[in-house]
Each structure stands twice: as C-alpha cells, then as structure tokens.
Design a binder for this molecule. Structure first.
Ligand code: G3P
Length: 224
C-alpha cells in the first residue's frame, strides 16, 4: 500500500508565495510526516529556491505545458521544471483548465519521469482523464473549492463514485479528492471513501498555525 498523499497547493496565495513561502516551508519542514507522502505544489517562481532549501520535501509544479525547450515564450516548459526540482505536476486544475489533448501531450512528453495529477470536476471528466492514464486523478467539485465544507462531507458520493469509476478503467491510477478539506477528520474520511489522499490549499495556506493544521492532517491520514 503506498503512503497516503497530502498534497498542499500553494496556488498564488501571498501567504504561500515568495518569502512567505520560505517561512511556511521552514515551519512545515519541522512537522513529522512519517508514513505520509507530503507534497507542496508551488509556483514556478518558487520551485527552485524551495526545492534547493528543502531537499527533504517533495515539490510539484502547479501546471506544465507540453512544449519543448526553444521558442515558447512564457510557457511552463517541463524539462526545466524537472531540473529545478519538480517531482510531479498538477494539470487541468479547476482554476487552470486545459484541453484533454494538452494532458495527453504532456503525459507523452514526460513519459513517466514525474507524477502527473490530473484534476477532474466530476465523474465525466475523471472518465476522460482516466483514459489518458495519468499517475493520479484528483476529483474536486469547483463549487466547494475554497469553502469550509469538505467534499467528503458535502458530496461523499462523488469521491466514492470517482474511485470506483477510475479503478474500473485503470487500477494503477491513484485517486485523490479535494475542495474544502481542512482537518484530519476530512483526510480520514477521504481515505475511508477509498481515496488515496487529498489535495488541499486554503486549509494550510490561510491557517494562522499551518504546522498545527498539517500535523492534524497527517494524523488523519495515519488514522484513515
Ligand atoms: O488544489 C486544491 C484546491 O483546489 C482545493 O482548495 O482551498 O478548497 O482546499 P481548498
């Protein structure tokens, strides 16, 4: 059984970008995460400094474009992201949607070198993405993102349904859930529903004591 995943998406929160991210990571690096795979999904600006300063933490990119090195101004080119410490990427987040062809081309380009977590708003989108065989699919109902009610409470059926659907297409694809996840009980509930981890943001990035929140999330993952 792989360790349960806790994936913290820093988005563009001021509290989790630039110098504030440095401070957040210093705090987080001190939290005991044994038995859990903790991932920080940071801005492209922060990737290199964060991964250099904290080799014990795992970092992902928030997005990548399927472009090569060359004439591609402003795109997020994968080879440099990997060189700069990305061990995975999110793609097709609700806040940065792309076409299925983008996900397909990116998977082809990466060829399994780093993990790809494709986000799905619902089971229909999860079905489309599962056919492309990403490393994992994170189901996140957009209307619950940033809110105070966890998807595991508001819509446990979408978590269970997505797990069953994705596993029926490809057992090897991991399934995460996210939106409104705030505490250890939410993580434990996600694992009980069959998810292999959670994707969250504001629960950590807006917390006044992020290390305490993270310790509680990790405790929930161990209980789940
Ligand atoms: O990528 C995670 C995210 O969309 C969920 O955000 O703030 O509801 O945990 P949040």
């Amino acid at each position: 059984m792989p360790a349960p995943l806790i994936v913290v998406n820093c988005k563009t929160y001021a509290s989790a970008s630039g110098e504030a991210l440095d401070r957040l990571l210093d705090t987080i690096a001190g939290v005991d995460s044994e038995g859990v795979r903790l991932v920080m999904v940071v801005s492209a600006y922060d990737l290199h400094a964060a991964s250099s300063a904290h080799p014990s933490l795992e970092f992902w990119s928030q997005h990548l474009d399927p472009v090569g090195q060359g004439s591609h101004t402003g795109w997020l080119e994968p080879e440099t992201a990997i060189q700069r410490g990305a061990r995975g990427t999110v793609i097709n987040h609700a806040e940065h949607k792309v076409a299925a062809t983008h996900v397909e081309a990116l998977l082809h380009m990466l060829d399994g070198r780093i993990d790809v977590c494709a986000c799905a708003a619902d089971e229909d989108e999860a079905r489309t993405l599962a056919a492309l065989s990403p490393t994992m699919i994170a189901v996140e109902p957009p209307e619950l993102i940033g809110g105070d009610v966890s998807v595991t409470t508001a819509d446990p059926g979408i978590v269970r349904g997505t797990v069953d659907l994705v596993k029926s297409i490809n057992q090897d694809i991991m399934v995460l859930c996210g939106a409104g996840v705030k505490n250890g009980d939410d993580v434990a509930a996600a694992l009980r529903l069959g998810a292999e981890g959670v994707l969250l943001a504001s629960g950590v990035t807006k917390a006044s004591r992020p290390a305490e929140v993270l310790a509680d999330l990790i405790d929930g993952a161990r209980r789940g």
